[in-house]
Design a protein around this ligand. Structure first.
Ligand code: DGY
Length: 322
């Protein structure tokens, strides 16, 4: 019996490919770049399985281009790139990679929080420029972290992990919940308070966004939201770029409406909003939240296990279809 064909849209860690290759005929995009839409649709034409990225739209057109498809595995936890309802209508299972990148992404949020609070990147740039003239009492004054209020927008797996990591800094924690459901872990272990979004904006010194991108969260952070924040506040985003209206953020950072931002994700990746690159009070990373060797390897093996289950006609471990 011939092996099922699986296309992987960009090279992922070998552990995942090796696992898949025991059962499937695997083709990996040989280019180290995102495929164009036309290339992607052509590549999946005779495939029974596809492992793809958050940068690819998995929609009716994609499913039409892959008529033999038995399953699609997203190499990401976020799945705003997938039309899950359309997949379900066609009885095609789709999966994501939750759980295995929780700590990596939460740690990245902390890296951004500290970098923004203590102006780490700006100070590093001055050292490298050769312009530093020696220690000065008023140089690079930033925001202290201990005892400050942390606001978590979206207290799911990653938001919860990020909040729990605050314990060494004695931070009061506020969180929002789109469902209104309480987070027992945060309340029991941190005495965290579930508050309305407006309260979190007004009271938090550091706000970390962990909400998925949905019609409700698109541009949740806009000029009106920034105006409610403290002028000393820093905003961190490791979720999805469009949760922030990036042009409004640039203006808020320019005008001192808020003090700083640490961003791992952008509204129109790989581009940044005009003016963002020139702002000293913004720390910007190229979407590396899950980029640890451990997480990216675990994402690969989880995506591969999901794919093997789907090829066998079984429900994948982390299925997105209802
Ligand atoms: C995800 O998994 O959704 C991240 O954005 C990339 O790992």
């Amino acid at each position: 019996m011939s092996k099922p064909k699986v296309f992987v849209t960009r090279r992922i860690p070998d552990a995942g490919i090796d696992l898949l290759a025991q059962t499937a005929e695997v083709t990996v995009n040989p280019e180290d770049r995102t495929l164009s839409r036309a290339e992607l649709l052509a590549a999946v034409a005779d495939c029974q399985g596809v492992i793809g990225l958050l940068t690819e739209r998995i929609d009716a057109e994609f499913f039409d281009a892959a008529p033999q498809l038995k399953g699609y595995a997203n190499y990401a936890v976020g799945y705003d790139n997938i039309d899950v309802a359309e997949a379900t209508r066609r009885a095609i299972p789709v999966s994501n990679t939750p759980g295995v990148l929780t700590d990596a992404t939460a740690e990245c949020a902390w890296a951004l929080l500290f970098a923004a609070a203590r102006r780490v990147v700006e100070a590093d740039r001055v050292m490298r420029s050769g312009d530093w003239q020696g220690w000065g009492p008023l140089q690079f004054l930033g925001q202290g972290v201990r005892g400050k209020t942390l606001g978590i927008v979206g207290a799911g797996r990653i938001g919860t992990a990020m909040a729990l990591m605050s314990r060494g800094f004695d931070m009061p924690v506020l969180y929002t919940s789109s469902s209104g459901r309480r987070n027992a872990v945060l309340e029991d272990r941190l005495d965290a308070r579930l508050v309305p979004f407006e309260t979190l904006l007004a009271e938090a010194d550091f706000i970390s966004i962990h909400a998925p991108l949905t019609p409700d969260t698109r541009h949740l952070f806009n000029a009106a939201a920034f105006a409610r924040m403290k002028p000393t506040a820093c905003l961190v985003n490791t979720s999805r770029g469009p949760v922030i209206k990036e042009d409004d953020l640039v203006q808020a950072l320019k005008d001192g409406v808020i003090a700083g931002a640490g961003l791992d994700v952008f509204e129109r990746e790989p581009a940044m909003a005009d003016g963002l690159a020139g702002l000293e009070n913004a720390v910007v990373l190229p979407h590396i939240g899950s980029a640890t060797i451990e997480s990216r390897t675990d994402m690969a093996t989880l995506a591969a296990r999901n794919m093997l289950a789907m090829l066998a006609g079984q429900r994948p471990e982390t299925c997105l279809n209802p």
